[in-house]
Design a protein around this ligand. Structure first.
Ligand SMILES: Cc1cc2nc3c(=O)[nH]c(=O)nc-3n(C[C@H](O)[C@H](O)[C@H](O)COP(=O)(O)OP(=O)(O)OC[C@H]3O[C@@H](n4cnc5c(N)ncnc54)[C@H](O)[C@@H]3O)c2cc1C
Length: 468
């Protein structure tokens, strides 16, 4: 048994008529699946909830495929749930009203690289790692890294970021979108900025599949820095690591990445990735720039760390060492899951103004420690963002309830401190209750108005973000 879906979030199913399923089979052939294992895999993601499988999964290879399935779904008022690689954490992919999962993972073409303009246009199923591998020879790269090898469509649909380079919202220039009516619409241009009309690109970025299916994404690229260096530094407490981060940001050091791992996360990655990192709170940092600026940034940061008791400043000198450290960070989720066999992970993120970060994390740590439930923390702390994950026994109702209570406390604290209930993971199903609290009823009603205008039959990933 996994965490049960809160009953108030389970709306009625909207069955797929036999004729519509037949039409999908005819169009997609063996790229249309109703196998239980495929449907299960597409109806859960990495969320804590039981799977709610869609009735069918179609594997799209072109815009025309997406248009076909969305037009059909619109005709029959059946839900459409876009699917990237299924790494989302907040229940985004559960087919709570049934319908068709539209898997974009086979749309993996890099459509055009415009190296002189520092832009690239890709199909939505291209993953972050694939993109960086394929454009390596241009001397450019795409810096946003959600921690999983997610699809760029899925990343655009949520809010991933990197401290120096901004969020997906700043880095997506344009989109090709298949609307709920099955029309193909282009938003944005390849120009760096535009003040022409409403900003539809940014409306779709972060919309979690509830407004349309993004099939192509135009992104900003960045020159590979002349020098890159990564370092780890251990601290006597999480507070000391966070205070160092706050000072780095407040002093305007242009650090590229700044990740916190607590001792629990390190213990798990040491066991999983055969590392011997000291099991104490640690910052994993990366500096980009010219040789001189990287040296200067590193010196400033070392000084700030030392003032907070930071020790063991260790440099990853070679690209291989750097990759090994980042791979360990990326595997922390799966490493931690292995430490409590049979557990399910509830991973929640909040983001606060940087000056309130210490308060936000420290109190959450105190509550997590007092609960006695295994947990770990990682965080893109340079943004004021952290992720607290509990490893809970899904068959222990009291533990499941306690974890949810701790999550409510953490989110409400973030809101009190002027922050948001999610800096990156998105609302999905799990955080629906907090959106109204954060945005206020007027703003949520405005969002509902936009949803009604773009998706009058409520077929696009229904039952997510807010109730209709
Ligand atoms: C180990 C691990 C670490 C993670 N760390 C982070 C992190 O640090 N920061 C972070 O932000 N996230 C993190 N995540 C969550 C996840 O990786 C991101 O949310 C990611 O952006 C989702 O991409 P995906 O391709 O897996 O999308 P999916 O999970 O398949 O879909 C996510 C949402 O986007 C919608 N969607 C997907 N593709 C499209 C499309 N083409 N058009 C319209 N809607 C679409 C879906 O309907 C769904 O609502 C982590 C996940 C894991 C497993």
């Amino acid at each position: 048994m996994n965490a049960p879906l809160p009953t108030h979030l389970i709306p009625g199913l909207r069955p797929l008529p036999a004729a519509a399923l037949q039409a999908l089979r005819q169009h997609f052939g063996d790229r249309c699946s109703t196998a239980a294992s495929v449907r299960e895999q597409h109806g859960r993601g990495e969320s804590v909830y039981d799977a709610q499988p869609p009735e069918a999964v179609v594997f799209c290879e072109s815009n025309d495929d997406v248009v076909f399935v969305v037009k059909l779904a619109n005709e029959h008022a059946v839900p459409v749930i876009p699917f990237g690689v299924g790494s989302s954490l907040e229940g985004h992919l559960l087919a709570v009203q049934g319908g068709v999962s539209v898997d974009l993972s086979r749309m993996t073409k890099i459509l055009s690289v415009n190296a002189e303009d520092l832009t690239v246009t890709v199909q939505a199923g291209v993953t972050r790692e694939q993109l960086n591998r394929e454009i390596k020879d241009t001397g450019l790269f795409f810096p946003i890294d959600p921690g999983a090898n997610a699809s760029l469509g899925g990343m655009a649909a949520s809010g991933t970021n990197a401290v120096r380079y901004g969020t997906m919202r700043e880095n997506v220039l344009g989109l090709t979108v298949v609307t709920a009516a099955g029309e193909v619409v282009q938003t944005g241009t390849r120009a760096k900025k535009s003040s022409a009309g409403y900003d539809l690109t940014r409306l779709f970025v972060g919309s979690e599949g509830t407004l349309g299916v993004m099939t192509e994404v135009t992104l900003k690229l960045f020159p590979l820095p002349e020098a890159v260096s990564a370092a780890v530094c251990h601290f006597p407490s999480i507070d000391a690591a966070v205070q160092t981060t706050i000072q780095i940001i407040q002093m305007g050091v242009p650090i590229a990445r700044c990740e916190l791992l607590d001792a629990n996360a390190i213990r798990a990655v040491n066991a999983h990735s055969k590392l011997a990192l000291r099991e104490a709170p640690m910052l994993l940092m990366e500096f980009h720039g010219s040789e001189a600026s990287v040296k200067e940034q590193a010196e400033t940061v070392q000084e700030l760390a030392r003032e907070q008791g930071g020790e063991d400043f260790q440099w990853a000198a070679t690209p291989e060492e750097r990759s090994r450290l980042w791979a360990a960070r990326h595997q922390s989720y799966f490493a931690a899951l292995q430490t409590r066999p049979g557990c399910r992970c509830q991973s929640s993120d909040t983001c606060v103004p940087i000056s309130r970060l210490a308060e936000s994390i420290n109190q959450s740590v105190e509550e997590a420690e007092a609960s006695g439930i295994p947990y770990w923390i990682v965080g893109h702390v340079g943004d004021g963002n952290f992720h607290l994950s509990y490893l809970m026994d899904p068959d222990d109702a009291a533990e499941v309830e306690a974890v949810e209570r701790l999550n409510v406390q953490m989110v409400q604290r973030a809101l009190r401190l002027g922050g948001t209930c999610t800096g990156e993971h998105g609302i999905g199903l799990h955080k629906m209750g907090y959106l109204a609290e954060e945005a206020g009823p007027g703003a949520v009603e405005m969002m509902r108005g936009i949803k009604r205008a773009l998706d009058p039959k409520n077929i696009m990933n229904p039952g997510k973000v807010f109730a209709m």
